[in-house]
Design a protein. Structure first.
Lengths: 287, 242
């Protein structure tokens, strides 16, 4: 089992000279247990959310390090409270707006894996039978419920007041199942698509999705920021198919794949407009 | 003499030559500059062979201090009538220069074969790395005191193989630097070889003195560093002054 991560600045930030507001981390906690996290600072906040994204990623890492138990017991309400506390402790700027950042993270062993989503972002699974699944989360008006709201009651009240009482399901969870065809003109075949809307109450303490990698035949799991859906004209599944095409699994295996995949996309003029971050774990195949 | 564990290495043939390199699944970085150091061990270098070994050790020691040391792989080869690999492409951190041995110096000078074999091995190993998502460029140093007198390959073969590596995008760039040591009577031929084969640079390092061999070591390690810094830019590093 190996974990690695990568992040890159998008063209919109490159052009206006602003920093990358995505960040990621991945590491082995102890033999057989890994963590990964990606974080996306809010561009529209006109603040130092690159700092907030890093603070949140390291808060996730610290809280996971301090936790005990298996992945499917990790991300309870108490975890979110500890994460909030650590996020507050990590923040070294004075402006609340600097901390507008989302987080998607995972903890995994070969037997159990859990994904935690606070805000928006995506996760993906690669199965040994050739299937892949990309799942992403979007909030209405592109206005996620940020963990930052839990640190500032007035901001939290403001957000809750903004929720549409007529439509009490402000969060969309969408997914695409696909497989790689190996055909240059049509590289992915869509097997199934779907979506559902989620109530605010389902997400206000973070969303959790659990898996059993060995039993479910999952070879790899990745978490990503929403930049996955903003790489030129390339669809999320098409991008994910390339990102999951690992050639090997030692050291910086995710960085190598991402660099090569983005280089190939760039050769056809397709570049990430938005910042992009990924953290991934390779489970391998059940023997 | 085998310096490294066979299980960690792949062995490949390029024409009549073979080379080895660390298996890509054992490598951890995102990109590598692969370095060939090809050194003459014909009879005429016997008097300063110890200095040549010291030069190779100094190159390794200097490169280990480079900020980009983790992105360097080095292969050491001796040549006379034949081309003999002392060790294959290995990450710099795993090389112990104290294990370098002084060779038996004899035989004829298969300079063109050694040059061809080193460029071809770099191309082939680069392809292996590229196929595994690594970024790659290369720099090859050929250190000799004489002109070719015993090769099957021609200058045209060398020129074609050198061009193939970049044209087929096996590697981002490939610098080949020919260094003459104690080669005063062959300067014209070596200069012509550099020009006709499309090599990057020819350096006349003068007589085989300890000072000049130290200068070679310094030049080689700086050239390696420069090529490593060029990796990812799309082009090769500029030739340094000896």
């Amino acid at each position: 089992m190996q974990a690695d991560n990568y992040f890159t600045i998008g063209t919109s930030h490159l052009k206006d000279g602003s920093p990358c507001e995505d960040y990621s981390l991945a590491e082995e906690l102890r033999p057989g247990l890994v963590l990964g996290v990606v974080s996306d600072g809010c561009s529209g906040a006109n603040a130092y959310t690159d700092v907030g994204a890093r603070a949140l990623s390291f808060a996730f890492r610290k809280v996971v390090h301090d936790c005990r138990g298996l992945p499917d017991g990790w991300f309870d309400v108490a975890f979110t409270q500890r994460l909030s506390d650590q996020f507050r402790a990590n923040s070294y700027t004075d402006a609340p707006n600097d901390q507008f950042a989302t987080a998607v993270g995972f903890v995994a062993t070969l037997d159990n894996a859990a994904v935690y989503v606070f805000g928006d972002g995506a996760y993906a699974l690669r199965f040994a039978d050739g299937r892949n699944r990309l799942v992403w989360f979007e909030w209405d008006n592109n206005a996620p419920y940020y963990l930052n709201y839990k640190l500032y009651p007035s901001l939290d009240e403001e957000f809750r007041a903004s929720l549409n009482p007529v439509r009490p399901e402000p969060l969309l969870e969408a997914w695409t199942d696909f497989r790689v065809t190996g055909i240059a003109d049509n590289p992915v075949e869509i097997l199934a698509e779907g979506s559902r809307r989620l109530q605010f109450s389902a997400a206000e303490h973070g969303l959790v999705r659990v898996f059993r990698p060995q039993d479910d035949g999952i070879e790899a799991l990745a978490v990503l920021t929403d930049g996955i859906n903003r790489i030129g004209d390339i669809s999320g599944p098409r991008a994910m198919a390339e990102f999951f095409a690992y050639k090997n699994f030692h050291g910086n295996f995710v960085k190598r794949r991402m660099l090569r995949a983005l280089e190939q996309f760039a050769a056809s003029g397709q570049r990430p407009q938005d910042d992009l971050a990924i953290a991934s774990v390779w489970f391998g195949r059940k023997e | 003499m085998k310096l490294f564990n066979d299980q960690e290495m792949i062995q490949k043939n390029v024409g009549n030559f073979s080379f080895s390199g660390v298996r890509p699944e054992k490598l951890g970085a995102t990109e590598y500059t692969i370095v060939n150091v090809i050194t003459d061990k014909t009879g005429s270098v016997a008097q300063f062979a110890a200095l040549l070994v010291e030069m190779k050790r100094t190159v390794v020691a200097a490169c280990k201090k480079d900020p980009r040391a983790e992105f360097l792989m080095l292969r050491n080869v001796w040549f006379n009538t034949a081309v003999e690999e002392e060790h294959g492409f290995v990450e710099l951190a795993n090389i112990d220069p104290a294990q370098f041995q002084q060779p038996d110096c004899n035989g004829l000078t298969a300079l063109y074969d050694a040059t061809y074999a080193s460029i071809a091995s770099a191309n082939e190993y680069a392809k292996t790395l590229r196929d595994n998502d690594f970024g790659v460029n290369a720099v090859t140093f050929i250190i000799t005191d004489g002109d070719d007198n015993n090769s099957a390959h021609t200058v045209a073969d060398i020129k074609a193989e050198l061009a193939r590596g970049v044209q087929q995008e096996l590697l981002e760039s490939s610098n080949v630097i020919l260094i003459g040591i104690n080669a005063q009577q062959y300067l014209k031929q070596l200069e012509a070889f550099k020009k006709d084969a499309g090599l990057t640079q020819f350096v006349d390092a003068g007589d085989a003195t300890p000072q000049n061999l130290a200068r070679i070591a310094n030049f080689v390690s700086k050239s390696i560093s420069s090529q490593s810094q060029a990796l990812g830019t799309g082009g090769a590093s500029q030739a340094l002054t000896f």
